[in-house]
Design a protein around this ligand. Structure first.
Ligand code: ADP
Length: 476
């Protein structure tokens, strides 16, 4: 099959969260299964394409009459195209905004990405059977495919798939931008892109794509409810027959405790000594006492409402009285950053807070921690609990979205890979942590549990096979 994949992030070149990882790994896994996959993404200012083996193709396409250049890199069945636009992408450091604000022209920027992506096939001799779109930044392409490109020789029979990585970010803009985007007022209808008198890019994808997917079966169900639907649950219920949940995988090369280049020592399920060494080194790195007997509870992630850090902050006074250590790596909400930094100053032997984005430290935390805490309010899939399982770090998670689909609650005896709690409440979270702390004391049961986690297979191969089956169904 020929697949054209469009995403606004592409790790390691650009990444704000799980989307960037997926845009790198899924196309690679599909290419490894014998498909020809082309990925289109912006060339942000932070990316030096030449350093990553890209070559420039000048004036390769025209977008609304204006010539545009692309950067191209081909490796076997996988091709990457970076769209060059100095004003929209090249001059920007952040992907969607700077520290304080979203960029004011995000509608224009990502409409441009969508239009550019659909010009790639004709310019480079591609004939994609499938156009795979991801999140609001690419939603408009589903409409463009059906309307502006309906009669294209190369796109006429292309079917589209739109994947929701996070329904909370929808790309909602003032309707007045419509003319500047080159769109007819016709699209501003409740059964198209109108949303409470504003323009909604995510909705374009949800209405006009042939198939919809999201990144876990439980999230696929949750977004069809009023609580989880972010105002689009009605539409998602309407399209439920076209909606599937397919779990994300993780990159087994990048995240392998036996070879991870970020770690001071290595380990696997049969030889855990390296994990103890990683814990000691991590405690030193974070300035925590090097105590093997205390469970080290860790968190890594964006400090956004979604991630449930208000539960952790509410529980901190209680946590700081317990015999455990807490490590946090994250950035986002200023008030939460300040609250964690303040608490860390107050409890330097109990709590370490690293505010910022640090790929290497994220790996060392996954390896060196005993317990990984994810009390998310909602979680489409979540990658960190999957990394934790693979690194012998026992997840304590709230039963939502992908967390519910990937962590099995410990039965106190022989089954389970982690601890699952239900209520969005600090006491429920503390009860989950208390169970984990008790289990930690029984070394044999604990090691058996983390080995069960390490034996799980959440590699991309399985997920890619499911996408392949979905594409197959669409083309038949
Ligand atoms: P989301 O996409 O909602 O942010 P995921 O769990 O799906 O959450 O993916 C988050 C990804 O970003 C993971 O690979 C995680 O390790 C990484 N990450 C998040 N915050 C940080 C940080 N501060 N430093 C390093 N890596 C981070």
């Amino acid at each position: 099959m020929e697949i054209l994949f469009v995403a606004s992030e592409l790790a390691p070149l650009s990444k704000s969260g799980g989307l960037g990882d997926v845009a790198a790994a899924l196309p690679a896994a599909l290419a490894a299964r014998g498909h020809a996959v082309s990925v289109v993404s912006p060339r942000y200012g932070s990316i030096d394409p030449a350093r990553h083996g890209f070559e420039a193709v000048h004036r390769a396409i025209r977008v609304r009459g204006e010539p545009a250049s692309l950067w191209v890199r081909r490796r076997g069945g996988l091709a990457h195209y970076l769209v060059e636009h100095e004003h929209y992408f090249g001059s920007r450091r952040g992907l969607y905004g700077d520290q304080q604000h979203e960029f004011g022209d995000n509608a224009e920027r990502f409409a441009y990405l969508c239009r550019a992506a659909l010009e790639v096939p004709a310019a480079f001799g591609l004939r994609p059977g499938i156009l795979h779109l991801n999140d609001w930044q690419t939603g408009l392409a589903a409409w463009l495919l059906r309307h502006e490109h309906a009669d294209d020789a190369v796109l006429r029979s292309t079917r589209s798939v739109f994947t929701i990585h996070n329904l909370a970010y929808q790309g909602v803009f003032r309707k007045e931008v419509l003319p500047a985007l080159g769109l007819p007022w016709d699209v501003f209808r409740f059964d198209a892109m109108e949303f409470h008198d504003r323009l909604n890019f995510m909705k374009a994808g949800l209405v006009f794509a042939d198939a919809l997917t999201t990144v876990s079966p439980t999230y696929a169900h949750e977004i069809q409810t009023a609580e989880g639907g972010e105002g689009l649950d009605g539409l998602l219920r309407h399209r439920r027959r076209d909606l599937t949940g397919i779990l994300n995988g993780i990159d087994h090369q990048e995240w392998d405790p036996a070879t991870d280049r970020h770690l001071p020592a290595h380990f696997d399920a049969h030889a855990l000594a390296g994990k103890h060494a990683c814990k000691r080194a991590l405690q030193e790195e974070l300035g925590l006492p090097a105590r093997a007997d205390l469970p080290l509870v860790a968190m890594v992630g964006r400090l956004a409402d979604q991630k449930g850090m208000d539960l952790v902050l509410a529980a901190l006074p209680d946590l700081m009285r317990r015999e455990l250590q807490v490590a946090l790596l994250g950035s986002g909400r200023r008030d939460w950053e300040e609250a964690f930094a303040g608490a860390a100053r107050e409890h330097p032997h109990r709590l370490a807070a690293r505010l910022g984005f640090d790929e290497g430290l994220a790996h060392r935390i996954e390896a060196g921690a005993d317990i990984f805490l994810m009390p998310s309010r909602f979680e489409p899939c979540g990658l960190n609990q999957l990394y934790s399982l693979r690194y012998g770090t026992v997840p304590v998670v709230r039963r939502v979205g992908g967390l519910a689909d990937t962590v099995q609650d410990f039965d106190g005896w022989k089954q389970g890979t982690g601890f699952v709690f239900a209520d969005y409440d600090p006491r429920a979270m503390l009860a989950g942590l208390r169970r984990a702390k008790e289990a930690f004391r029984d070394k044999r049961a604990w090691n058996a549990m983390l080995r069960r986690g390490m034996a799980q297979d959440y590699s991309w191969g399985r997920s890619a096979a499911r996408y392949e089956a979905l594409y197959d169904g669409l083309l038949r």
